[in-house]
Unconditional design. Structure first.
Length: 293
């Protein structure tokens, strides 16, 4: 269970005899991003309250904000009481995460994704594109329930309802980085690619990716996959497949370079959407991608 850190900072008096009529407490449940901090105003008969937290404005007595950048962040509370205006600023500090994390936000919710250190080419490329806002506004353009949700085609930005999607990219491919430890368990982040004899080295698309939804998996299916693909699953991978399902028939053919660590339910919500031609959701699912750092 995460420890709860509660900080109460006293207000700065306007003078030695003046009583401060505005203060607030800061409550943080983590010191490492991504994390949510909550703020509670301590005021007396205020006419108006305004929070400024990371450029976002809130007007309730209590406000919460999710931080995805490490370092020092100023939080400002402004209170109007009659003709008096009191402004107080306090600082919250967060450490950077030890792992490489990204956040994929959609109308169905947000997914926190860990990118693996042992697939550095895919990791660095994804971080680079995300940092350039390459993915922002693109769609999860191909969705198959019980299989996967796919996105990353730059041509999906502002695409017409009947547009054919799935062929776009940045104009380059990435060398495959297969690792038996990284399997297509539900929540796995993997690179899409061109199939068939045109891509014998199984190089990945420069931008398109998919997140595994998958179906229930049996021990017999895992044994079959090991035999046919020459794979030896770790015990942890076997247990993850049996507990969560996935798509083991893709192992060894597509590079898995990350996993969803929060927000698996978002995959379910997206995969449950009604789809039309090309498995495109009838309701657009745009995304924004941020690097947690």
């Amino acid at each position: 269970m995460k420890h709860l850190l509660f900080i109460l900072l006293s207000g700065i008096l306007l003078s030695s005899c003046a009583k401060s009529f505005a203060d607030f407490t800061v409550q943080q449940n983590e010191l490492t991003v991504p994390a949510t901090a909550s703020f509670k105003a301590i005021v007396e008969d205020a006419d108006q309250i305004m929070w400024d937290i990371g450029g976002n404005r809130y007007t309730d007595l209590e406000a919460s904000h999710r931080f995805i950048r490490s370092g020092k962040h100023d939080v400002t509370l402004t209170v109007n009481k009659g003709k008096k205006v009191k402004t107080m600023t306090k600082e919250v500090v967060f450490n950077a995460p030890e792992k490489c994390l990204i956040e994929i936000s959609t109308p169905q919710g947000s997914m926190l994704v860990e990118l693996y250190e042992d697939t550095p080419k895919h990791r660095d490329n994804f971080v680079k594109l995300a940092g350039e806002s390459y993915y922002d506004g693109t769609l999860f353009h191909r969705v198959i329930k019980g299989f996967m949700v796919q996105g990353g085609d730059p041509g999906s930005k502002n695409a017409a309802p009947n547009a054919r999607l799935g062929s776009g990219g940045p104009g380059y491919q990435i060398d495959a980085e297969f690792d038996e430890r990284f399997a297509h368990v539900k929540g796995a982040l993997a690179a899409a690619r061109l199939g068939g004899p045109a891509n014998p080295d199984k190089k990945s698309s420069g931008s398109q990716f998919y997140i595994v939804d998958g179906k229930d998996v049996t021990a017999e299916q895992l044994e079959s996959s090991e035999a046919s693909k020459g794979i030896t699953y770790t015990e942890d991978t076997k247990q993850a497949y049996l507990a969560n399902g996935g798509t083991p028939f893709l192992d060894g053919d597509y590079t898995v370079f990350g996993r969803v660590i929060e927000g698996l339910d978002v995959i379910d919500k997206i995969s449950a959407l009604s789809t039309g031609q090309g498995d495109r959701p009838r309701e657009d699912v745009p995304m924004s991608v941020n690097v947690i750092k």
